[in-house]
Design a protein around this ligand. Structure first.
Ligand code: BGC
Length: 270
């Protein structure tokens, strides 16, 4: 039987999920999308996640990886930039494990997308410092050093220093793709904002490769060539499915690590 895990991507407007074929890094079945309940409280979202999983016929012991747009430490949400504030302090792992009956592992959404790109997409075989950014309602970031994730880098919340950027509080309010839409910016003025952001990132981290994802990356030809950076800058390859795939990969890894730890403990007679 091929190795599978289930991936779920929780976003502001939709909750999407599917079983993932871990060898290929592809969805094993068509994904299902349900509307994110409004208000998107932990209780309501947990019910929707359980409904989504139960629409698939999967094994009871299949691990489930879930992305969430917040800082996640030990399964707990510590921030809530674009979701209901009542998530702050919620043990998302515990809540979703209890509600779905599966072992759930939660991860920041950009970190999950980054994991998928590093395993199966534009980050394959890359070493050194590689950064993945998701441009959407907010801006997510995932930082890798020789393939290992430095979790929760939250670079969308950098403060930028130009007079224009300062007026926006933090970077994502100035250069997310939602800002392009809301302010009706053409590609060039938007790319100028991206240039300011990525030049600053480059100054701080010196990444060798920057991977740009999020829905707008479908149109990467319109804006990536306008950027002038030392790092190689590439569009994400997995796009829409990166979160689901990365979450499933992580759930599988975590489960393996837990099983290994349990085996060691048993051997020691703990
Ligand atoms: C959040 C991040 C998230 C990003 C993309 C930001 O506002 O702080 O945790 O990764 O949006 O959803």
């Amino acid at each position: 039987m091929t190795k599978r895990a289930f991936g779920i991507d929780i976003g502001g407007s939709g909750i999407k999920g599917a079983p993932v074929h871990l060898g290929k890094g592809k969805l094993a079945e068509d994904r299902v999308r349900l509307e994110t309940p409004q208000p998107s409280t932990p209780d309501a979202v947990a019910d929707t996640v359980a409904e989504l999983i139960s629409s698939f016929d999967i094994e009871d012991d299949m691990p489930v990886g879930v992305t969430f747009p917040a800082v996640i430490q030990e399964g707990v949400a510590l921030t809530a930039a674009n979701v209901d504030k009542s998530w702050i302090g919620t043990d998302v792992d515990a809540l979703l494990t209890e509600r779905t009956g599966h072992d759930v592992f939660v991860v920041n959404d950009a970190d999950a997308a980054g994991i998928a790109e590093m395993e199966f997409g534009a980050g394959r075989h890359s070493t050194g410092v590689v950064q993945v950014f998701t441009l959407g309602t907010g801006v997510g970031s995932a930082t890798f050093v020789d393939g290992r994730l430095v979790p929760n880098t939250e670079l969308g919340h950098l403060f930028l220093n130009s007079d224009a950027a300062r007026a926006y509080e933090d970077a994502e309010k100035y250069m997310a793709s939602s800002v392009k839409e809301n302010e009706d910016l053409d590609w060039e003025p938007w790319a100028e904002r991206l240039q300011e952001f990525f030049a600053h990132i480059e100054f701080i981290f010196s990444p060798t490769r920057i991977i740009v994802g999020g829905g707008v990356s479908k149109k990467h030809k319109k804006f990536l060539p306008l950027l002038d950076l030392k790092a190689e800058i590439l569009p994400a390859e997995l796009r829409n499915e990166a979160g689901i795939i990365g979450a499933a990969v992580l759930a599988h890894r975590e489960e393996k690590a837990l099983r290994k730890a349990a085996k060691k403990a048993a051997e020691r007679g703990v």
